[in-house]
Design a protein around this ligand. Structure first.
Ligand code: BTN
Length: 254
């Protein structure tokens, strides 16, 4: 990463990912970060929103890695590992719900939304990637609208103290850059770090495909291409490439 990539700060933004996508289109360099103190239209995976009250860390990092499209999924995994590794130094041990929500206990601590500029097959690779990271840091569950107070947690709630958002941002960006730069040659090392933090492993889960078909089974770990394995009670394996995995009470194995 360049010596001093820009950090573009906003007291409030619709979505830092939307702003970063626009900056990326305008040619902003690798390592540029857009950060907002709160978001009014935070976006999550699968077209969902991401409620972003003050106190959270909301940032989008523009990366220009020399990567083929197939590696995009691994960038998302790297971002989850980067957040976990850094948060572990600040007193908590989040697990990663494929593809990249962060959970502490049964509550959501944050999420990651990786997006790229429209890509054409004529191009050799992805022009740039925006890695959007939202973490509940100094916010508290009561800052969220119902039913979220029962479903989310925050770094402050768990550690009973406030945390430096700038420090966390710098550490996560550094760790993300390190992991993404080693993606092609060090994929196994990344997978190993991810697997040590697999929230779904052995849990009772379900997955809904694009046609609405629901498949129930057990979380059975990451596959070598970065997709996730669901094992049905009959022993069939479904590789999950997209969509949303739901966790249900109880544990089928492990
Ligand atoms: C998810 O939970 O599905 C992913 C949430 C990603 C939220 C972050 S917050 C910073 C960036 N800006 C957005 O609009 N989304 C991401």
């Amino acid at each position: 990463m360049q010596a001093k990539p820009a950090v573009v700060r906003y007291p409030e933004a619709d979505s830092t990912n939307s702003l970063a996508l626009e900056l990326g289109r305008q040619g902003a360099p690798h390592g540029t970060v857009v950060v907002a103190a709160r978001q009014t239209g935070g976006r999550g995976r699968a077209g969902r929103g991401f409620v972003s009250p003050p106190g959270g860390l909301y940032m989008s990092v523009i990366l220009r890695p020399d990567l083929a499209l197939g590696y995009l999924r691994l960038v998302t995994l790297a971002a989850g590992v980067a957040c976990s590794v850094v948060l572990e130094k600040h007193g908590i041990s989040p697990l990663l719900k494929w593809p990249n929500d962060l959970y502490c206990g049964r509550k959501k601590l944050g999420g990651i939304l990786t997006e790229t500029a429209p890509w054409s097959a004529a191009q050799a690779g992805v022009p740039f990637v925006v890695v959007g990271i939202g973490l509940n840091v100094n916010s508290l569950p009561a800052d969220f609208p119902p039913p979220l107070p029962d479903l989310v947690t925050s770094l402050s709630e768990i550690t009973h103290r406030r945390h430096d958002l700038d420090l966390l941002r710098r550490e996560i960006v550094r760790q993300l850059d390190y992991l993404v730069s080693g993606l092609e040659h060090n994929t196994e090392a990344l997978f190993s770090l991810w697997r040590q933090r697999d929230f779904l492993l052995g849990r009772n889960i379900s997955w809904q495909d694009e046609n609405g078909l629901v498949v129930h089974g057990t979380g059975a770990g990451l596959l070598p291409d970065g997709s996730y394995r669901l094992r049905t009670p009959e022993g069939l394996i479904h590789p999950i490439l997209a969509g949303v995995l739901k966790v249900h009470p109880g544990r089928l194995t492990g």
